[in-house]
Design a protein around this ligand. Sequence first.
Ligand SMILES: NC(=O)c1ccc[n+]([C@@H]2O[C@H](COP(=O)([O-])OP(=O)(O)OC[C@H]3O[C@@H](n4cnc5c(N)ncnc54)[C@H](O)[C@@H]3O)[C@@H](O)[C@H]2O)c1
Length: 344
Amino acid sequence: MRILVTGSSGQIGTNLALRLRHDGHQVFGVDKRLNTWTDDFPYLLQDLAGHYAPFRGGINGVEYPEVDLVVHLAAHAKVHQLVRQPHRALENAVMTFNVLEYARLRHLPIVFSSSREVYGDVHRFEEYPEQAADFAFAESTYSASKIAGEAFIYSYARCYGLPYLVFRFSNVFGRFDNDLNRMVRVIPLFIHSMLRDEPITIYGGRDKTLDFTYVDDCIEGIVRGIEALAEQRVVNQTINLAYGQGNTLVHCAERIASELGATPKMTLAPSLLGEVTHYVADLSKARDLLGYDPQVPLDEGIARAVAWFREYRAAHPYEDVPITADHEGSLRDAGAVWKSAATT
Ligand SMILES: NC(=O)c1ccc[n+]([C@@H]2O[C@H](COP(=O)([O-])OP(=O)(O)OC[C@H]3O[C@@H](n4cnc5c(N)ncnc54)[C@H](O)[C@@H]3O)[C@@H](O)[C@H]2O)c1
């Protein structure tokens, strides 16, 4: 197949594009940034968040190559950043609109990357089946942007017959997630900090429990979805993709420390506004519809993530510096807005 991947310079986009190429597909990426990890697939540098005039061949009239399917991953993907900078949430919705218009005009099936954030931090369930999403409730502006994206997708399916799959991801970690000066993600940040013997902060406290997904499991699920959507075996479904097990962030930090032979200097702090503090995915739909069977539990994933990080760092020693400024998901003012104790 010929597959368009938006957000192809990001973590999931890079891993997915390389896997699709490995599987024999042609990949065409679109991103507003250069890919800092690989040159192994072609992509276009384009800002997808503009308000563009109607277009046909490609977004904003740029002629894209012919493709058979679109995977839309481009987004501002950092929850708390969108709480501090809500205009970026609107940009997420605009990007999705542009990509949907392109898919509508070219009659292309689309895979959309949503998030467990659509469920909010409601602590109502042990696990989260897909129908638990309550769109009257939006935990954060990031959640709102993903809910808006999903709503657009569902409306395009109803109004224009656009075939889709929506995947709700959860804390994907592993290869190609270490560009910490662009976007701080918790697992590579902890690895980076502990390697430097720097302290770490656990926002959300000792009980904060998340469903961490090793990147290869996530990619396997997406690839299964792409194939099933293209063959029209599975169409117009919304599916959780995760590992299906809760782990505390404290446990995660301890595993990283033990993998590194380090002693973590951990501080517990209240949750940041808009962030989820408890989530475990219900994977029944992914298992039933796609035969999805995640293989990498957190402990094994951390061993692999640490090994990859170390190897990358050895080849890029100049990255061994403090993370001070993060223009997209700032560390410096991360504590600016606190969630009140009453709502956690
Ligand atoms: N990684 C996770 O744990 C996770 C969890 C839930 C949902 N998601 C969603 O999955 C998708 C991929 O996530 P990721 O972790 O790879 O994020 P990422 O930030 O690594 O990649 C997103 C890419 O989108 C690009 N982008 C942003 N704005 C753009 C614009 N205006 N025009 C063109 N490109 C633009 C960025 O440059 C980036 O390369 C996102 O939609 C994210 O919200 C990810």
